[in-house]
Design a binder for this molecule. Structure first.
Ligand SMILES: C[S@@+](CC[C@H](N)C(=O)[O-])C[C@H]1O[C@@H](n2cnc3c(N)ncnc32)[C@H](O)[C@@H]1O
Length: 197
């Protein structure tokens, strides 16, 4: 429980408005990218925002007339009924019960790096689309990333664990999974992958 509370506080701290300022270019690029991809889709699918914090992009996604499901294990969802308080690992196991619709999964702000990817293979169904937003690996990207990470000033062991995960910048190519196609886009400091199942 103690460990869980510590980790919860670390993620809350990572997403505090004052800390996100250092990652503003990443987040602005990300929102524009997600809106462009969703606007180009012919059918209005369900959008699942993974690690959604307090309902990340809810208004933007509703405005485009997509259904919204947010999942985050550390957020109390009373304020927004569209947020499920569970890890992606748990959601992946239950997906076929909870949500049978073809969906767009948005792994925002490098969240894929924080997930145990060994369990996610079963989650997706034919017709799903995965958008993965991660840090680029050029020097300029790493500089923005390190400036953001330096905002936390946390020396705890738990923070080091989360930080090591964050630094991985996990690509969809690291998952043992076949996609129909996967498109990649670079817009410093972001790297985006869009995979079609
Ligand atoms: C979007 S990530 C941001 C990570 C960080 N900014 C980075 O650069 O790596 C953080 C969010 O993901 C959530 N999260 C952490 N582990 C998760 C998991 N296993 N499943 C779903 N969400 C998770 C956290 O609660 C938090 O709201």
């Amino acid at each position: 429980m103690y460990w869980l509370n510590m980790v919860q506080n670390i993620y809350k701290n990572m997403l505090k408005a004052s800390n996100k300022i250092a990652a503003a270019s990443f987040l602005n690029n990300e929102l524009t990218f997600i809106e462009n991809i969703l606007s180009g889709l012919k059918s209005r699918m369900t959008v699942v925002v993974v690690g959604c914090h307090d309902g990340m992009y809810y208004e933007n996604i509703k405005k485009l007339r997509f259904n919204y499901i947010g999942i985050d294990p550390y957020i109390n969802s009373q304020r927004n009924p569209h947020i499920l308080r569970m890890s992606f690992e748990t959601y992946a196991k239950k997906r076929r019960e909870i949500n049978k619709n073809k969906s767009v999964f948005v792994f925002w702000f490098n969240v894929l790096s924080h997930i145990d990817i060994s369990v996610i293979n079963d989650c997706f169904i034919g017709g799903d689309i995965i958008i993965n937003s991660l840090w680029g690996n050029k020097e300029a990207d790493i500089n923005v990333r390190d400036e953001y990470y330096s905002a936390f000033n946390d020396k705890s062991q738990q923070y080091q664990t989360v930080f090591q995960a964050a630094k991985k910048s996990y690509s969809l190519n690291n998952i043992d999974m076949k996609f129909k196609t996967i498109d990649c886009f670079y817009n410093s400091p972001n790297y985006f992958e869009v995979a079609y199942i």
